[in-house]
Write a protein that binds this ligand. Structure first.
Ligand SMILES: [Fe+2]
Ligand SMILES: [Fe+2]
Length: 166
């Protein structure tokens, strides 16, 4: 079963998500500079929102509870959940906006900033503590990977085909 998961461990898997999302935010900035048509910006923003929604969900369902139990730092884990909640509000806002709206790019940029700060704290505090705690991070990669696949298929289903215009 382990061989089916292309990641060393849970932290490796989650960090790969962080890097992929960071790159998408960089790509989004490039679209703004272009400036790319609203449809192209909307398609990428939607991809970012979907990736973040899935990522937050697998952390909340699988990774955070395991870490919380092992490190016994409720304040740290509660703070991370509050940061997820703030990001989800921004995601909902973006998903409810028209990409032609004046504030659209600003909202995506704000989401990028919020996520950047959260990821930094996650890496420097939660991942570090998890790596020092008695958790089977290697084994945890399996449910994270499987749940991610399942959720990704679910969020992508209702979306319209993306047009690679720009
Ligand atoms: Fe997180
Ligand atoms: Fe994360």
């Amino acid at each position: 079963m382990k061989a089916a998961v292309p990641f060393e461990n849970a932290v490796d898997l989650l960090d790969a998500d962080h890097k992929a999302v960071k790159q998408m935010f960089i790509d989004y900035s490039a679209l703004c500079e272009d400036p790319a048509p609203a449809e192209a910006r909307r398609a990428l923003a939607e991809k970012i929102c979907q990736a973040l929604t899935v990522h937050a969900k697998i952390e909340e369902e699988i990774f955070y509870p395991a870490v919380r139990e092992a490190i016994g730092d409720d304040a740290l884990m509660d703070e991370a959940l509050a940061e997820h909640a703030a990001a989800k509000e921004l995601i909902a806002e973006i998903q409810g906006m028209k990409a032609t709206s004046d504030n659209y790019d600003l909202a995506v940029k704000q989401l990028g900033k919020t996520i950047g700060e959260h990821v930094l704290e996650e890496r420097e505090e939660i991942f570090l503590k998890a790596q020092q705690a008695p958790i089977d991070l290697r084994g945890l990669a399996v449910p994270l990977y499987q749940r991610k696949k399942q959720l990704t298929a679910a969020v992508q289903k209702p979306s319209k085909p993306t047009k690679e215009t720009a």
